[in-house]
Write a protein that binds this ligand. Structure first.
Ligand SMILES: CC(C)(COP(=O)(O)OP(=O)(O)OC[C@H]1O[C@@H](n2cnc3c(N)ncnc32)[C@H](O)[C@@H]1OP(=O)(O)O)[C@@H](O)C(=O)NCCC(=O)NCCS
Length: 131
């Protein structure tokens, strides 16, 4: 069992509110919506590191820890965990603030791997890290 961490790990990258259109008839938010918000945040972080176009190649260790409800404010945190030759892995966490102003709870975490690609969609080496 994954224990929720004491606080968010990484940089706050996106923040959005879970709307009724993103929920199932029971009022719980679809996992696919949460995943897409995490993919967006990971893409922002990966695009910065790669200084250009990137594509998601893998999502690993995806864990839905707690549900997200309509009205929750979802914050997604991203941190670069690994840089390879053309790929990079980001640790992504989503936290939900209940009923907009309530307690914040970790709802998911996963490792997203992105590849830097060129205009033709072919892999390209990551640029050197800025000091
Ligand atoms: C991204 C893409 C161009 C990469 O091409 P590829 O020929 O598969 O790439 P390679 O095998 O050369 O691997 C590229 C890098 O990804 C890494 N990689 C490949 N598969 C991986 C996996 N399952 N998990 C983690 N990393 C992986 C490789 O280790 C390599 O990293 P490195 O250069 O840092 O060592 C191609 O896979 C692609 O277009 N995929 C679709 C992307 C997409 O549409 N994403 C959105 C999905 S909805």
């Amino acid at each position: 069992m994954t224990e929720a961490s004491a606080g968010p790990r990484g940089q706050l990258t996106t923040r959005t509110i879970a709307m009724p259109a993103d929920a199932n008839p029971s009022g719980d938010i679809f996992g696919g919506w949460v995943l897409s918000q995490m993919d967006l945040a990971a893409g922002i972080c990966a695009g910065k590191r790669a200084r250009g176009r990137v594509a998601t190649i893998a999502i690993d260790a995806m864990k839905f820890i707690k549900p997200v409800f309509v009205g929750d404010v979802m914050s997604v945190y991203a941190v670069l965990a690994r840089s390879g030759r053309t790929s990079m892995t980001l640790h992504i966490e989503a936290w939900a603030e209940r009923e907009r102003f309530g307690e914040s709870v970790q709802v998911t975490e996963a490792q997203f791997t992105f590849v830097a690609i060129d205009e033709a969609g072919k892999t390209r080496p990551l640029p050197a890290l800025e000091s």
